[in-house]
Ligand binder design. Structure first.
Ligand code: ZN
Length: 276
């Protein structure tokens, strides 16, 4: 693959502007051949129709979002429902041939202060999902999220923790790691933990950290607009053995979600050349 062919866009980048059908057609129109798909967007048309559209446009699916959230299941029945949801996600990921299900830990259940229990719940639930993922030929890509969203979104916060979980679960190709510049750039152990992750890395997500960030989740920057040395992290991941797509993933309520989607895609392409 030449460099340009390795550019993918996570459809969340244009989620407010485009349906899944429009995103597939729009990205293809701009010559982009990789897309990450979201569950709620896929539900608009169903997995079968989505698979057909993706195939017709020669589009590879770099990830299916978003699985996990097991830490939030406060009791047995909530956990059962969460496991069922994840199994459905795995089946849909298989149908659209997604490179991975992007797996995030989930935050603390309402009223809880027990983060150790939340992490344990997540790990045990993950263990239960692995056989289903293996049968389906789908990889669960553990994505540590920035510790800022620990209570809200993910008790899995560091790459070390993701590596430890992989070691502990001892799984094969059904378990990997999704590396996201926005979530890991601050980590003093980054280089060592990327090296340790090696071939476990199944996805590489890119956005920038704005120095004046105003929202815990929805204020990500376009590559080049923030403080992350993205090419440095990309080189680390690729030196560790990652050969897949470089996926731009920008959740941006105040800026990019308000713009014309074709302008967003054009900007992604322009920044890809110089800032990734
Ligand atoms: Zn990500």
């Amino acid at each position: 693959m030449s460099d340009y062919e390795r550019l993918a866009i996570n459809q969340v980048t244009t989620r407010e502007q485009w349906s899944l059908r429009e995103a597939i057609e729009g990205y293809a129109r701009h010559g982009i051949r990789g897309i990450a798909v979201w569950h709620d967007k896929l539900a608009e048309i169903g997995a079968g129709e989505a698979a057909r559209l993706l195939r017709d446009h020669g589009m590879s699916v770099t990830g299916y979002c978003v699985g996990g959230l097991l830490a939030e299941a406060a009791d047995g029945s909530a956990m059962q429902a969460c496991l069922d949801y994840n199994r459905r996600l795995i089946d849909e990921a298989a149908e659209i041939q997604a490179r991975c299900v992007v797996f995030i830990g989930g935050g603390l259940p309402a009223g809880s202060k027990d983060i150790d229990a939340a992490r344990q719940r997540c790990l045990e639930g993950l263990d239960k999902l692995l056989p289903h993922a293996k049968r389906a030929g789908v990889t669960l890509g553990l994505e540590p999220l920035h510790p800022m969203v620990c209570a809200l979104r993910s008790c899995l916060s560091t790459l070390r923790q993701a590596n430890d979980w992989c070691d502990q679960l001892g799984a094969g190709a059904e378990l990997g790691i999704a590396l996201d510049t926005y979530n890991v750039w601050w980590d003093p152990e980054l280089e060592a933990q990327i090296e340790r992750a090696g071939k476990r890395i199944v996805a590489f997500h890119v956005s920038d950290w704005l120095p004046d960030t105003r929202d815990l989740r929805l204020d990500r920057g376009m590559p080049g607009d923030g403080v992350i040395d993205i090419p440095k992290i990309r080189r680390m991941a690729e030196a560790a053995g990652y050969t897949g797509y470089r996926e731009i993933e920008i959740l941006s309520a105040r800026d990019w979600w308000r713009r014309d989607p074709d302008e967003v895609v054009e900007t992604v392409k322009a920044r890809y050349a110089n800032h990734i």
